[in-house]
Design a protein around this ligand. Structure first.
Ligand SMILES: Nc1ncnc2c1ncn2[C@@H]1O[C@H](COP(=O)(O)OP(=O)(O)O)[C@@H](O)[C@H]1O
Ligand SMILES: [Mg+2]
Length: 209
């Protein structure tokens, strides 16, 4: 039994892709492989031309920490850390002599409109604010690729719209964005829709700009 099988897909830098499909169709598995969180049991996955399976653990960790930002449906924030500290965690695996950590964290919080909540704990925030905090954590290291697995699944429609606006804005500034979503209204804003069915890509269609 395979979670996904026979998937052939190439995503270009700068794309905004929406992955849709019924529950259990393999969307999260595909996204996790793209994000190098899971390794495929067969086939080849290349990220930026690099065959991921050929990378040493250290290089893979570095690639993940510097190039990829993750956003999850349930935010995955650390309860006992403030917004500022949560966002700062997005820089924790970077050993490339990062300077101006504080400025970077503030800039990321500003970008998603959460800077005024910097000292608050996640539980004192609304769901939408928590997800914006999670996005700030994902983008604080300025990754080339942002992956979001049903990022608005737990949010009301107004907050959901804010989240999609932020992701759209990131993409407009050059970040490759891939989201999994059930909401057709969101998928419609992507430049490509990838539809999964029973572990396979059923349809991959580019949209006119
Ligand atoms: N590592 C795995 N190996 C085999 N099957 C898996 C694995 N991970 C998930 N599955 C199964 O594969 C299917 C697709 O899962 P998933 O990618 O989570 O789908 P979706 O995100 O579209 O709901 C599900 O039936 C799930 O139980
Ligand atoms: Mg899923």
């Amino acid at each position: 039994m395979h979670a996904i099988k026979g998937v052939t897909l190439a995503i270009d830098q700068g794309e905004f892709v929406a992955i849709i499909g019924p529950s259990g169709s393999g969307k999260s598995t595909l996204l996790n492989i793209i994000g190098t969180l899971e390794a495929p049991t067969g086939g080849v996955y290349r990220l930026g031309g690099q065959e991921v399976a050929a990378l040493r653990d250290r290089d893979l960790s570095r690639l993940r920490a510097t190039q990829i930002g993750f956003v999850f449906q349930n935010f995955n924030l650390i309860d006992h850390l403030s917004v500022f500290e949560n966002v700062k965690l997005g820089l924790r695996f970077r050993h490339d002599g990062l300077v101006n950590t504080r400025e970077r964290v503030i800039a990321a919080m500003d970008k998603v409109g959460i800077a005024h909540r910097a000292d608050h704990l996640p539980r004192h925030l609304s769901g939408g604010q928590q997800q914006r905090c999670a996005i700030a954590r994902a983008i604080v290291g300025n990754p080339a690729l942002v992956l979001a697995d049903e990022p608005t699944g737990n949010l009301d429609s107004k907050s959901a719209n804010q989240i999609i606006n932020i992701l759209e804005d990131l993409n407009r500034h050059g970040t490759t964005v891939i989201i999994v979503t059930h909401a057709m209204g969101q998928a419609d804003r992507a430049s490509r829709i990838v539809e999964m069915h029973d572990g396979a890509v059923h349809l991959s269609s580019r949209r006119l700009p």
